[in-house]
Design a protein around this ligand. Sequence first.
Ligand SMILES: O=P(O)(O)OC[C@H]1O[C@](O)(CO)[C@@H](O)[C@@H]1O
Ligand SMILES: [Fe+2]
Length: 206
Amino acid sequence: MPMREPGICRVDVEKGELSGASNRYTRTMADLAGLYADGSAYKAVLAELGDTVVYEVTDFKPSADAGDMIIGVTRMIPGRVGDEYFLTRGHIHANANRPEMYYGEAGYGLMLLESPAGEIRTVEIGPRSLCYVPPYWIHRSVNVGTTELVMTFAYPADSGQDYDIIAKAGGMRSRIVDDGRGGWKAVDNESYRFRSKELVESIMGR
Ligand SMILES: O=P(O)(O)OC[C@H]1O[C@](O)(CO)[C@@H](O)[C@@H]1O
Ligand SMILES: [Fe+2]
């Protein structure tokens, strides 16, 4: 790996972005088709939000080299599709043994994690809390608050993202929904299909 120059990027919590970021990607509700359980609620929210950015990622990626690091900020608006809170698409790292860390800057969120074998974990993230996403865990952020969720993250530059792992299983095993008291609860995703032992083993070998 070549020598690189040090850098500084500032986290703009108000804007929910990394000033000086080299990349930005945005997701609207139209980009999130098929992720929510309630199809008619999805259509209604899609019509209401139009091109509104549901979540946005700004990051600084010096390279994709092994040993290098990507740093950035995720911003997600609050809301629900039916009783299900707004979420990111979610993924496992294509190099599955790569970890990630998320640091809460503003708002209240949840990291929903699923092991390849289908175990579920939920980690609440508020301001000044640091969430460790270990290697091999599928991860998705969920905004369970009433304000924008802003989180800083860092992960190895050669991680990559595999989105198919969730799509092929019919989604993640749990859905995060309103508990009727202003909070959240995890409920079973009726469409979920467990991965075969062979597939789990091959993911763990990545
Ligand atoms: O890639 P997704 O699932 O759309 O979610 C975005 C989040 O995941 C990351 O890609 C990191 O793995 C971040 O850029 C961001 O926080
Ligand atoms: Fe990730």
